[in-house]
Design a protein around this ligand. Structure first.
Ligand SMILES: Nc1nc2c(c(=O)[nH]1)N[C@H]1C(S)=C(S)[C@@H](COP(=O)(O)O)O[C@H]1N2
Ligand SMILES: [Mo]
Length: 443
């Protein structure tokens, strides 16, 4: 070999550049770009599902206190599977907190920094699963049982963003097919497991500042001699919808909650049948002086900051008075699916989805908005000036109404369109409208 050829070979061997280097430098493959870490923070990008892929087993904290074996989480009502009452029993909440403190849980996923895994379910929810295992008893098998219900009740084409608690949306093509979203394709946003409540065993408790507190069975609510039937076409929108875009476009500035990376699909329309909550309150003798809000209690168990609770939020009486809050048991002509809140849920028209409480078992009239974390510490608007790290819950405004969101659903993001002078563009239902945006436009 000539010296020239040898030198050439050596030079070739020195080429350590990755072949797609120029694509990366030009930002053409942003998801492969990685992270320029100029801090002391150790960031694990290899496992976006948990910060450490090996930490999927339940581990005791070193020096953990002895467990109290007499504390077993039980279901207290026959025919109510997966329902544990927390709000009535502060001592029980305290015991759950103590048990919870014995364990060391893996840190939250870092998917906002690393690429999302190309899997369906996208994220597994390892921490939520471990929280259930740690508390045990009636909640131990809830993650597996809830996933079985997803498989049974949802369309096989769903995009599972988070396996547990289950969060899923329909792919764009299926979502815009019909103005009314079929039940199997309606998006799902859960904060915990899915309770299964037998309709015959169910009752709704109405208490707090009402003149005549009552428990109403499903048959009572469905009795047209007591309450006129209400039927409404309502578009539900989760306030987290399009979070993924927000993360991509405004990294570090916006909503990077360790939750479902929603695309445009956390919005769906259904025909709901039920009764107006206003009539139910009237049937309970109306509100007492000073009552201004209605607190809604969901039967699922929600883990937040090392505490266990039921899913609780509130809406103002003015919203109820306008007949814009329905207690619904039917969805698109079928009994409410378990995953959408059977046997009874709230449907709050024109508010963020979070107020439409599923597995609704209690309505309590109160003087103030709910202090529960989902109402008072989450779903808040902040003035931009506060800056992300100065946002204290009491500086926020609780989100009820939410601006309209509309999106082009076809063509897709960054898709190249070859056309003959006219581009076909399709849209999706807007909040509060029943009809999809379906436009054809030319340039
Ligand atoms: N009990 C209960 N109700 C709930 C939730 C929940 O986690 N638990 N999630 C809320 C949120 S954030 C939304 S967006 C809607 C979603 O309703 P869907 O799953 O029927 O689409 O339910 C709301 N009601
Ligand atoms: Mo939501």
């Amino acid at each position: 070999m000539s010296t020239e050829a040898i030198a050439h070979r050596q030079k070739e061997a020195e080429m350590t550049q990755r072949p797609d280097e120029w694509l990366l430098e030009q930002g053409l493959e942003p998801d492969k770009l990685g992270l320029r870490n100029q801090s002391d923070i150790k960031i694990n990008l290899s496992s976006p599902q948990t910060a450490d892929a090996n930490e999927t087993e339940l581990k005791l904290r070193p020096g953990a206190e002895e467990d109290d074996p007499s504390f077993v989480v039980k279901e207290e009502r026959k025919g109510w599977h997966g329902y544990v009452e927390w709000e009535d029993y502060p001592e029980k909440k305290a015991k759950a907190h103590k048990r919870f403190q014995r364990f060391k849980f893996p840190p939250p996923p870092e998917f906002q920094l690393g690429p999302l895994p190309p899997t369906n379910p996208v994220l597994e929810g390892v921490r939520w699963k471990l929280w259930h295992k740690a508390i045990g008893g009636a909640l131990e098998n809830v993650p597996e049982e809830s996933w079985d219900i997803v498989v049974e009740e949802k369309h096989p084409g769903m995009l599972h963003l988070l396996q547990f608690p289950y969060n899923g949306e329909a792919p764009k093509g299926l979502l815009i097919k019909d103005p009314i979203t079929p039940n199997e394709l309606h998006f799902v946003r859960n904060h915990g497991g899915i309770p299964t409540i037998e309709p015959e065993a169910f009752d709704l408790r109405i208490d707090g500042l009402v003149n005549d507190p009552k428990r109403l069975t499903l048959a009572d609510l469905q009795n047209e001699a007591l309450f006129p039937r209400m039927e409404k076409l309502v578009t539900l929108q989760c306030s987290g919808t399009r979070r993924f875009e927000q993360i991509q476009e405004f990294a570090g500035e916006g909503d990077e909650m360790i939750n479902a990376p929603w695309a445009e699909g956390a919005i769906s329309t259904a025909k709901w049948v039920g009764v107006s909550l206003k009539k139910v309150i009237k049937y309970c003798g109306g509100l007492k002086d000073g009552a201004k809000h209605l607190e809604f209690y969901g039967a699922d168990s929600y883990f937040k900051g090392g505490e266990l609770m039921n899913y609780v939020v509130s809406v103002p009486w003015s919203k109820v008075k306008a007949n814009e809050v329905m207690l619904a048991w039917e969805m698109n002509g079928k009994p409410l699916p378990r995953i959408h809140g059977a046997p009874l849920r709230a449907v709050v028209m024109g508010y963020i989805g979070a107020r439409s409480v599923k597995w609704l078992y209690r309505v309590k009239a109160t003087p103030t908005p709910s202090r529960a974390p989902v109402q008072s510490r989450e779903y808040l608007y902040f003035q931009q000036q506060y800056g992300k790290h100065n946002q204290l819950p009491w500086l926020g405004i609780q989100i009820q109404e939410m601006p309209v969101s509309s999106a082009i659903m076809s063509p897709w993001q960054k898709e190249v369109v070859v056309h003959n002078g006219a581009i076909e563009v399709e849209g999706k239902p807007q909040h509060n409208t029943a009809l999809p945006l379906h436009i054809s436009t030319s340039y």
